[in-house]
Design a protein around this ligand. Structure first.
Ligand SMILES: [Zn+2]
Length: 300
């Protein structure tokens, strides 16, 4: 109880001062439209749709979705901070600060920029930063962070498997592992592909036990009739392809209520997500994110 009060106070104090816009080691590209904070963990977090800059000299995009995934830039920072607090080491973090009206870094270059040279410069810088992070990390998880406004407030975990594919079971489901975003992980997990995607120790299972309904998960093995994002351009691009380089990729689509609607909810979710990722990476990939002995303020 006392800790709850202290926690609330910490949140209040933290929110009294705005987030330091720049982490000390932020690197900016193309007029501060792309921010890269290098890390040391085999974990790369990208937020392509949280940007708010709307420079007048870049025309609005005419095709495709142009709505911003509100506060996913802040959520990405909160998640990276939570992981750093717990493990003593930083994930790589890449943020696009240009509004989605101007550029979509989760589409191919032409669709995402409409061919505008300035938008294209940002698009390229975003992907070059991911390239740098991949070279430094050499293996591990690429996590593309998004926000959805679907009716069901579930965390949607995109493995590049469609609703129809997620309805498969048994051997037919196991046969989908090589085309999923986590093909590399399917080779290291101690259990089945089914357990990796929707068992109790799947990411959805771990998030659900922390109080965040998720799909796929033990209780929602497939999306049913509900809308669902399976993962897009970045997830497909940054999974291990034929190169078999040990990268696996997820698109995480966060609902707004209880997850990114207030600063306190965002931080609480970031902490729970950090705990879930830590267990998930260790169990399925054999990668312990915690590089220093003992938790640093973690509460697991
Ligand atoms: Zn998005």
């Amino acid at each position: 109880m006392v800790w709850r009060v202290v926690s609330a106070l910490i949140v209040m104090l933290a929110s009294a001062s705005p987030r330091a816009e720049e982490a000390p080691d932020s690197i900016f590209f193309v007029g501060r439209t792309v921010e890269y904070i290098p890390g040391t963990l085999p974990l790369i977090i990208a937020a392509p749709h949280g940007g708010q800059l709307e420079p007048a000299d870049i025309p609005d995009r005419k095709d495709g979705v142009t709505t911003r995934d509100a506060e996913t830039d802040l959520l990405a920072v909160d998640l990276a901070d939570a992981i750093t607090r717990r493990t003593g080491a930083r994930p790589h973090l890449i943020l696009c600060h240009l509004h989605r009206k101007k550029v979509d870094c989760n589409r191919d270059a032409l669709t995402g920029t409409g061919g505008n040279p300035k938008a294209l410069a940002t698009w390229r810088a975003f992907h070059e930063a991911i390239g740098k992070a991949r070279s430094a990390a050499r293996h591990g998880l690429f996590l593309d962070l998004h926000g959805h406004s679907h009716p069901a407030p579930k965390v949607e975990i995109g493995y590049l498997l469609s609703e129809e594919q997620l309805r498969e079971q048994g051997p037919a489901f196991a046969a989908l592992a090589p085309i999923s975003g986590i093909a590399a992980l399917a080779k290291t997990t101690p259990g089945t592909f089914e357990a990796l995607v929707r068992g109790p120790l799947s990411l959805g299972g771990l998030l659900e036990s922390a109080g965040y309904p998720s799909v796929p998960s033990p209780t929602s093995p497939d999306p049913g009739e509900e809308p669902y994002f399976r993962g897009g351009y970045n997830t497909a691009r940054y999974r291990s392809g034929g190169a078999d380089d040990g990268f696996f990729a997820l698109q995480i689509e966060c609902p707004r209520p209880g997850v990114r609607d207030t600063e306190e909810n965002r931080r609480r979710f970031a902490e729970a997500f950090a705990v879930a990722l830590e267990r998930w990476m260790e169990h399925h990939a054999g990668i312990p994110l915690r590089t220093q002995a003992g938790p640093k303020g973690g509460s697991e």
